[in-house]
Design a protein. Structure first.
Ligand SMILES: *Cc1c(COP(=O)(O)O)cnc(C)c1O
Length: 379
């Protein structure tokens, strides 16, 4: 019997998106300019609180511009979480800067404060003060916000907060994306909301937002002709994509609730399965959107079932799952750069698996996943 593919994280439209796209068509603003762009930005600003948001055509573009706005130049050092998607680190190379990679700590899987401080001290001793700390809220789980901020302030290094996976997550009641000196979001197809492709940069001031938009729209000086004094980029979001974003904002909190239900489903499912731990926030201070539900498998306690055994068993039933992000310091592209830590990220990569987590999964989907897992673990 042919079975539909169950995806890790599929787009989930709320229904309102087409109405806003129609508006864009009716007004003929089929361009990276238009009122739906401003409207989407206002929705995001209202959602976050007091911050200023510029929407762009990808999260990667937002990281690139964020690094530029924080002053990163050729030859600079940027400290970066190792356990992340390559899009966090690639823009460091776009600028001719060098990443220094930091291990995860086991509670949030994000920047280890001890390894972070060690890297800063060591890099300064070598004569180069790091320009930026790039911190990630992996899988929607907030990093150790207070600890990382204390270290950043101690050495006066700004934080670029990669909140690509964490729209709607919060720490002590404050929204992720607002903790960094600059924050970013992604609205790619697999993220908690999607604009088909897109991103945003979050700043503390209107001036910085305007500077981001200036750089994202080819850095045109004020003049009747095309006049340029700085390197520009073509990074602005299109009015059509922003239309999708407005519709998605209407269902964001609802969809977060559904993702959190999936997470609950996995907690319940693995409750009595020895050797499998569902990853969850370490304290009541953290609220996660649970963009992705993930597990760690200790194969010494599962009669030899590994994350790969489980991945293949799910795949045989046309159910997508995937190992966690392969740490950057283990990637051929980034191997030559410095790394500080005690190899926690490696262990996470070896033992961890991402499970289908979409907000549009049906009870039948959940049942299919459940039966594969119960069978594999002999339950
Ligand atoms: C998705 C993602 C990005 C990049 O966003 P795009 O919109 O795909 O360019 C950056 N960092 C992390 C952690 C991501 O998950």
């Amino acid at each position: 019997m042919y079975k539909n593919k169950i995806w890790l994280s599929a787009p989930h439209m709320g229904g309102g998106e087409l109405k806003y796209i129609q508006e864009a068509f009716d007004s003929n603003w089929i361009a990276p300019v238009g009122s739906n762009i401003d409207c989407f930005e206002h929705h995001l600003e209202a959602y976050l609180g007091s911050h200023h948001v510029a929407v762009l055509n990808s999260g990667t573009a937002a990281i690139h511009l964020g690094l530029i706005l924080l002053g990163v130049q050729v030859g600079d050092v940027v400290i970066c979480q190792s356990m992340t998607f390559s899009a966090s680190a690639n823009p460091i190379l776009y600028l001719g800067a060098s990443p220094v990679f930091i291990d995860s700590e086991p509670e949030t899987w994000n920047l280890c404060p001890i390894a972070l401080e060690e890297a800063i001290v060591d890099t300064i001793a070598k004569g180069k003060k790091p320009k930026v700390i790039l911190a990630v809220h992996l899988y929607g789980v907030p990093y150790k916000v207070d600890e990382i901020r204390a270290i950043a302030d101690k050495y006066s290094i700004p934080i670029l907060e990669d909140s690509a996976e964490a729209l709607g997550s919060s720490y002590k009641g404050q929204q992720c994306g607002t903790f960094g000196d600059i924050g970013i979001f992604s609205f790619n197809g697999s993220k908690i909301i999607t604009t088909s492709g897109g991103g945003a940069i979050v700043t503390h001031s209107k001036e910085l937002k305007n500077k981001a938009i200036f750089l994202a729209t080819q850095a045109r000086d004020i003049a009747p002709h095309y006049q340029h004094s700085e390197i520009g980029y073509n990074y602005r979001m299109s009015n059509i994509c922003a239309s999708i974003g407005i519709g998605q904002m209407e269902v964001l909190d609802y969809h977060i609730g559904l993702r959190r239900n999936m997470h609950e489903f996995y907690i319940e499912l693995f409750k009595n399965i020895e050797g499998v731990a569902v990853f969850k926030v370490p304290s009541v201070n953290c609220f996660s959107n649970y963009w992705m539900s993930t597990i760690l498998i200790n194969s010494f306690e599962t009669n030899g079932v590994t994350r790969e055994t489980l991945r293949l068993a799910l795949d045989a039933e046309n159910i997508e799952s995937r190992p966690l992000w392969k740490p950057m310091h283990l990637q051929p592209l980034f191997q030559k750069y410095n790394y500080y830590g005690s190899h926690i990220a490696e262990t996470l990569f070896n033992d961890g698996l991402c499970l289908p987590s979409g907000s549009n999964m049906t009870p039948e989907d959940s049942n299919r996943i459940k039966s594969v897992i119960l069978k594999l673990f002999g339950k």
